[in-house]
Design a binder for this molecule. Structure first.
Ligand SMILES: Nc1ncnc2c1ncn2[C@@H]1O[C@H](COP(=O)(O)OP(=O)(O)OP(=O)(O)O)[C@@H](O)[C@H]1O
Length: 608
């Protein structure tokens, strides 16, 4: 340390000695070197008094003070919380007590007689030591403050943050991360169950973190936007997007991985507080899907016939599976028959069975599907297409609970629950006489109507993420997300093939996608075209009036703001232009965060 440093002003030194000559000499030596202000005290009590009312950078004290001991003074100094260095001055007979003073925290001791050079050398050393101590203390305080600041950020962000060392030990994780790793919304059990090994967390979040951490540790490069479905204990799923990056210190030392995860689940419109976004094989949380789930749950338990209606690909087979799973018959067989897939005679023996020799080619007895479904459920898909003769046979079975295999005389009694599905308009068929009205009512004791996907477009993002996760796993692709434009196109497309078509589109995109993000180019032309040619969008979307002047890739938010402006803030008119009802418009505005007064902004100049 440079001497000059301590010879500058404001080096406050206290000299305690009962010999006036020593006090004076020391003061003179030090003052000449530029130290100061210098205070002197002749007695123990005088020293205590000045120590209590001043601060010092250095105290030089005789070890013997007219009956009192310098070591007592040292004790008093430390008790008062004063940390500056204390140098003891001692004569030969007191060397032991001086050494003891050092053990109790004195910086050092100087043996008498003390010449100028020795004194100055000790003073320099003590002060530079003191300065180093002060710097260390300030640094520690700064570090402590910074740590607390980081901890505050760490615990107040809604994202989950986890840091992991090179051996997969969790170094730090915030409360959100704990909750997601433990699937618990209760903070109470967090501390009880947390482990510091990342691989001990076996839920989707834990597995995804582990996978990303391994990848970062192996390649030392970032993993971005890894999206996973995480199931909460209540059955709801959240879409979590993970970013994992190498944890490096300033010197390019690799210290592990930092993972930041964010819940990117998009709220579906019309969801309430007790909504489910997953039910058996279904994904979706719109109001209409809630009704479907509730109906399946309630009807599942009763043994009535159920008719499931809906366009192709809306999930009718899923409904049949869910109904069976909800029923008391769940451990018995669910037998499925696609009535449209075979001609009448084949269907008859498929359903009712036949005995050997019943017709040409019937070489042995065949057990029908009805018999196979005994005590279980028979799912008759595409029931709208069956012939009048088969309709009559089915009606008899529903009335009598018995059937007769082809070529047999004796009826067989079975206990089978019938679930039928159709994608044709039954009322038309009944009206034109191609389907028996009596059978229709027998089948339709309860009807479950599945909405086309174009009528519940809010459900598209969650389905997209669901299928993305599914095919990422299945095809072993490293796809992490989907671009906004691609998602926009998917939500604008009319989906004539409903969820099945969406599933195929995502599967195809995953096959074609070589990078981490699905984008427009991975879709067929008719889907890509959507945002650029809004007139291609389904009839339930914007009518021409609202669309004509909208730019390409317009978002739902821009679309609504634009229409609200055109309607000069009149929500009923805007809702009409958007082809939705007023309450849906309000909900959308609330969800997307459009302030009510935005609508009052002046209409664009080019609007009529
Ligand atoms: N809400 C949904 N969530 C997740 N997957 C769904 C949903 N609806 C349908 N699917 C999936 O879409 C595909 C088609 O569903 P399903 O076979 O049940 O439709 P369907 O109405 O019976 O069709 P079709 O009338 O053509 O037989 C299946 O892979 C099914 O798992």
């Amino acid at each position: 340390m440079d001497d000059q440093t301590h010879q500058e002003k404001d080096t406050r030194i206290l000299i305690v000695d009962d010999e006036a000559s020593i006090r004076l000499t020391f003061e003179m030596f030090l003052a000449r070197e530029g130290y100061g202000p210098i205070t002197t005290a002749a007695t123990f009590s005088e020293a205590i008094e000045v120590i209590n009312s001043n601060t010092f950078d250095l105290i030089i004290s005789d070890i013997v003070l007219e009956g009192e001991r310098g070591t007592d003074l040292l004790r008093k100094i430390r008790e008062a919380g004063i940390e500056c260095p204390v140098v003891m001055v001692t004569g030969f007979p007191n060397l032991d007590s001086a050494a003891e003073a050092v053990r109790h925290g004195a910086f050092d001791y100087i043996s008498k007689p003390v010449n100028k050079e020795t004194l100055l050398r000790f003073v320099r050393q003590a002060l530079s030591h003191w300065q180093l101590e002060q710097e260390k203390k300030n640094l520690l305080q700064e570090n402590e403050k910074f740590k607390r600041y980081l901890e505050a950020i760490f615990s107040s962000v809604r994202d989950a943050i986890i840091t992991i060392d090179n051996d997969m030990n969790i170094v730090q994780l915030n409360d959100t991360a704990k909750r997601w790793l433990l699937f618990s919304d209760s903070a109470d059990d967090i501390n009880l169950r947390t482990s510091n090994r990342l691989d001990s967390y076996k839920n989707e979040m834990g597995k995804a973190c582990l996978q990303d951490a391994k990848q970062v540790l192996a390649n030392k490069i970032e993993v971005r936007e890894h999206q996973v479905e995480c199931r909460k204990p209540d059955g709801n799923i959240r879409i979590i997007s993970l970013n994992a990056a190498p944890l490096e210190d300033g010197q390019d030392e690799f210290n592990g991985v930092v993972i930041v995860a964010r819940d990117i689940t998009l709220p579906e419109p019309e969801t309430g507080p007790h909504t489910r976004n997953k039910f058996h094989g279904y994904v979706g949380s719109s109001q209409v899907m809630q009704q479907v789930y509730n109906l399946i749950e309630n009807v599942g338990k009763v043994d009535t016939a159920v008719l499931i209606t809906g366009e192709s690909g809306t999930g009718k087979e899923l409904a049949a599976e869910a109904l069976h799973a909800e029923s008391t018959r769940r451990d018995m067989p669910l037998v499925k028959v696609d009535c449209a897939a075979m001609p009448e005679e084949l269907l008859e023996s498929e359903l009712f069975g036949h005995i050997k020799g019943a017709f040409t080619g019937a070489e042995k007895n065949r057990e029908g599907r009805l018999l196979q479904a005994h005590n279980g459920t028979l799912f008759l898909d595409e029931i709208g297409d069956v012939s009048p003769r088969m309709q009559l046979r089915l009606l008899r079975f529903l009335q009598e609970k018995t059937f007769t295999p082809v070529g047999q005389d004796n009826p067989i009694e079975v206990d089978v629950r019938i679930i039928a599905a159709t994608n044709v308009n039954f009322t038309e068929k009944v009206k034109d006489g191609s389907f028996r009205e009596d059978l229709y009512y027998r089948l339709k004791v309860v009807e479950i109507k599945l909405p086309p996907l174009r009528d519940r477009k809010g459900g598209i993002p969650i389905l997209v993420h669901h299928f993305l996760s599914m095919f990422r796993e299945k095809l072993k692709r490293n796809i992490h997300g989907i671009s906004d434009q691609a998602m926009d196109a998917l939500t604008k497309y009319s989906w004539p093939g409903n969820v099945r078509e969406l599933r195929h589109v995502i599967e195809r995109a995953c096959v074609l996608c070589e990078g981490p993000t699905i984008s427009l180019e991975h879709f067929a032309e008719e889907i890509q075209r959507q945002p650029l040619h809004p007139q291609q969008t389904p009839p339930t979307s914007l009518p021409q009036e609202g669309r004509a002047a909208l730019p390409p890739y317009i978002s739902e938010r821009d679309e609504i703001i634009d229409i609200l402006k055109r309607a000069r803030g009149n929500k009923s008119k805007a809702a009409r232009m958007l082809n939705i009802d007023r309450s849906t418009l309000y909900r959308k505005m609330q969800r997307i965060g459009i302030a009510k007064d935005i609508a009052k902004a002046p209409a664009p100049k080019n609007t009529p």
